[in-house]
Ligand binder design. Structure first.
Ligand code: SG5
Ligand code: ZN
Length: 266
């Protein structure tokens, strides 16, 4: 047993359910979105209201390599989302990334079988639970906003994060970085999205997440993706596996079972 899990080998996703039983549940994430099967619900899925996403916090963010991803903790809980059919008001806690070793894979979710080279998750907790720890295993505890990346123009805002990767090369490394308005990291148009109920995509896989997947993608340059692929490692410094990069930190799409996916748009 223990709390170890990985994306490959004996502790890989096929075995997660042995140590983390929720990972074998029937509302797991990610999923494959089949656009021909979605239910359009424009009445309920009105635009999400973003509060303090365009303001800059006076307190630094903390950038961390946790061995599974690079994660940015927001430290001050001032950005919130509500509306858009979300079951409450949700407070932004952290964001992190899932990416592939090559361009044709990396995202956790896919649209009609199309995977993207990277997916960003902005993790929020339901304000009524007060903190992420209390919210994490509640039905309506967590809302994750998911964004897909496409290779294109150089992205200055993400470069501010990438510039610090040399300081978090190894697992458990962390560094404070200047905070930035979260809107700078998101696409311009946010009214088109998919919605379904699912889980954390990593152990313990609690089925507590209201998922929102945005239609519009974020552009990032190939060379910037290469920084994700080659400069952050999944091991602590001086480990025997020294220098194995984090790439391919995604779980495969899970069975939808009785769930439906909703769309905010035709
Ligand atoms: C990341 O994704 C984070 C988790 C996060 C999951 O892998 O890192 C790890 O699991 C390694 C420690 O963040 C934390 O555990 C923060 C303490 O889980 C959460 O965000 C719950 C707090 C799963 O998030 S996801 O479903 O959006 N991929
Ligand atoms: Zn994630």
């Amino acid at each position: 047993a223990g709390n170890e899990w990985t994306y490959r080998g004996a502790k890989g996703p096929e075995h997660w359910h042995l140590d983390f039983p929720h990972c074998g549940g029937m509302k797991q994430s990610p999923i494959s979105v089949a656009t021909s099967e979605v239910i359009i619900d424009m009445e309920r899925l009105t635009p999400i209201v973003f509060k303090n996403y365009d303001t800059s916090s006076s307190v630094d963010y903390t950038l961390e390599n946790n061995g599974h991803t690079v994660q940015v903790d927001l430290n001050v809980k001032e950005s919130e989302v509500t509306g858009g059919g979300l079951p409450g008001t949700f407070v932004a806690q952290q964001f992190h990334f899932h990416w592939g070793a090559t361009d044709e894979r990396g995202s956790e979710h896919d649209i009609n079988g199309k995977h993207f080279p990277m997916e960003m998750h902005v993790v929020h907790y339901n304000a009524k639970y007060g903190n992420i720890t209390s919210a994490i295993n509640k039905d309506d505890g967590v809302a994750v906003l998911g964004f897909f990346f496409e290779i294109g123009r150089y992205n200055d805002h993400f470069q501010e994060i990438i510039n610090h990767f040399r300081q978090i090369m190894y697992k458990n490394d962390m560094v404070d970085i200047k905070s930035m308005p979260l809107v700078q990291l998101m696409p311009a148009k946010l009214s088109k999205f998919y919605r379904y109920l699912g889980s954390l995509t990593t152990p313990p896989c609690y089925e507590s997440v209201t998922w929102t997947l945005f239609n519009e993608t974020i552009e990032i340059a190939e060379e910037q993706l290469v920084s994700f692929r080659t400069t952050v490692y999944e091991n602590v410094k001086d480990d025997v596996n020294y220098g194995r990069d984090i790439s391919d930190d995604f779980r495969m799409p899970q069975c939808l079972f009785r769930r439906r996916v909703y769309a905010s748009h035709p």
